[in-house]
Design a protein around this ligand. Structure first.
Ligand code: NAD
Ligand code: WQD
Length: 338
C-alpha cells in the first residue's frame, strides 16, 4: 500500500514516515520545506533502511499534485502539511487560512481527480474551543476557537465532513492531537523549531543544551494543583502509531474523529522537574506572567481511540523526557550543522 504523507519532512510527519516504512508501507512525502528538513527524511531512511520518495512541492500547487498522483498509485493520504504557530497566526491570518484551509482544498481536489478518497487529517484539541468540559471528548461539538490557527483546523474539519456527506466514497479520519512531545528513541529525529520555540518542550530542551538562558513559566496563579497550566503531553512515536491504526481501521465511508492523548494532565512545573530528574541536567527557569490565550488545564478522554482503533499511548512522561534529551543533546542545533 502506498501512502502520501503531506508535511512528512516536519516533526510529526517524519515520525509517521518511520512507522509507515517499518510497517511495510511505501511512502511518498510531499513537503515544501517551509518548516521541515530533508535531513529528517535521510534520518528516517537510516533508522528503517528504507527510502521514502520525496517530492518538494507545495500542496497548493495543483499541477504538482496532479503530476504526483499520476506518477504514484496512492492509496491513502496522511495530511500533516500546514502552518502551526498559534501566536504567529494572530498576526498573519491570511497566511494561515491560505496554507491550512486552501492547501487542504487543493489537496482534496487533486485527490478527487485522482480517485483517491482516503485521508487522515492532523487536527488539534484546539477545536474544542475555550469552554469545553474536561476531559475533552469527541461527542462535544467544536467550540469557539480564539486564533486563526485553531479556526483553520475547525474549518478544515467542517470541509472534510461536508465532502464525506456529499460523496460516500470518501473515508475521512480527523485526529485531534493533544500536546505531542518527545523524539524518536534512536536520537536521530526530533522537534527542530525555527527560531525561538513557541512550545514548552523544545524550549526546555534548548535551555538544557545551552541555546537559551532560562525558561519562563507562563503564569503560576492558575486554579490548578501547583498554579501552572496542565496539558496532556503524548509521545510523538505513540502519536505516529495512532495514524497507522487510523489508516488500518478506518476504511469505511464517512468521517471518524478521535482524540489522541494520554488522558492525563501534567503541569508546567512537573514537566520541568521531570526533565531535570530523568536527564540529570539543570534547567534554569523563572516564574513569569501568563501568556495570553492559554487555558488553565485540559486533557483528553482517549477512550474512543482505545475502543475503536485499539490505540493507547504506551510511552510515559519519563520516556518523553529521555527521548527529547537524547535527540537534543546529540543534535544541539537540530538538523542544521551549525
Ligand atoms: P511541522 O511544522 O514540523 O510540520 C509541518 C510540515 O508541513 C513542515 O515540514 C512544512 O515544511 C510542511 N508544510 C507546511 N505548509 C506546506 C505546504 N503548503 N505545502 C507543503 N508542505 C507544507 O509541524 P508538526 O508539529 O509536525 O505538525 C504537523 C501537523 O499536525 C500540522 O498540521 C499541525 O497543525 C498539526 N498539529 C500539531 C501539533 C503540535 O503540537 N505539533 C498539535 C496538533 C496538531
Ligand atoms: C504548554 C504549556 C504554556 C512555553 C499549543 C497549541 C495547540 C497545539 C499544541 C497545535 C502552557 C507553558 C510554554 C514557555 C511556558 N498545537 N509554557 N513557557 O499552548 O498547550 O498548545 O501546542 O495544534 O493548538 O496552542 O502548548 O507547548 O505552547 O504550552 O510556561 O516558554 O507550557 O503556558 O501552559 P499549548 P505549549
Amino acid at each position: 500500500m502506498k501512502v502520501l504523507v503531506t508535511g512528512g519532512a516536519g516533526y510529526i510527519g517524519s515520525h509517521a514516515v518511520v512507522e509507515l516504512l517499518e510497517s511495510g508501507y511505501q511512502v511518498v512525502v510531499v513537503d515544501n520545506l517551509c518548516n521541515g528538513s530533508e535531513v529528517a527524511l535521510s534520518r528516517a531512511e537510516e533508522i528503517t533502511g528504507k527510502k521514502p520518495t520525496f517530492v518538494r512541492a507545495d500542496i497548493r500547487d495543483r499541477p504538482a499534485l496532479d503530476t504526483l498522483f499520476a506518477l504514484h498509485k496512492i492509496d491513502a493520504v496522511i495530511h500533516f502539511a500546514g502552518l502551526k504557530a498559534v501566536g504567529e497566526s494572530v498576526g498573519k491570518p491570511l497566511a494561515y487560512y491560505e496554507n491550512n484551509v486552501n492547501g487542504t482544498l487543493v489537496l482534496c481536489q487533486a485527490m478527487e481527480a485522482a480517485g483517491v478518497r482516503r485521508i487522515v487529517f492532523s487536527s488539534s484539541a484546539t477545536v474544542y474551543g475555550n469552554e469545553a468540559p474536561i476531559p475533552y471528548i469527541e461527542t462535544t461539538p467544536r467550540g469557539t476557537t480564539s486564533n486563526p490557527y485553531g479556526t483553520s483546523k475547525a474549518m478544515v474539519e467542517k470541509v472534510l465532513e461536508d465532502i464525506a456527506d456529499a460523496d460516500r466514497r470518501w473515508s475521512i479520519t480527523l485526529l485531534r492531537y493533544f500536546n505531542p512531545i518527545g523524539a524518536h528513541p534512536s536520537g536521530k529525529m526530533g522537534e527542530d523549531p525555527l527560531g525561538v520555540p513557541n512550545n514548552l518542550m523544545p524550549f526546555i530542551a534548548q535551555v538544557a543544551v545551552g541555546r537559551r538562558d532560562e525558561l519562563t513559566v507562563f503564569g503560576n496563579d492558575y486554579p490548578t494543583r501547583d498554579g501552572t497550566c496542565e496539558r496532556d503531553y503524548l509521545h510523538v512515536v505513540d502519536l505516529a502509531k495512532g495514524h497507522l491504526k487510523a489508516l488500518e481501521k478506518n476504511t469505511k465511508p464517512g468521517v471518524n474523529v478521535y482524540n489522541l492523548g494520554t488522558g492525563m494532565g501534567t503541569s508546567v512545573l512537573d514537566m520541568v522537574s521531570s526533565f531535570i530528574r530523568v536527564n540529570n541536567v539543570p534547567v534554569p527557569y523563572k516564574l513569569g506572567e501568563r501568556r495570553e490565550g492559554d487555558l488553565p488545564a485540559f486533557w483528553a478522554d482517549a477512550s474512543k481511540a482505545r475502543d475503536e482503533l485499539d490505540w493507547v499511548a504506551e510511552k510515559n512522561l519519563d520516556d518523553m523526557m529521555a527521548d527529547t534529551w537524547r535527540w537534543q543533546s546529540r543534535n544541539p542545533n537540530g538538523y542544521r550543522l551549525l
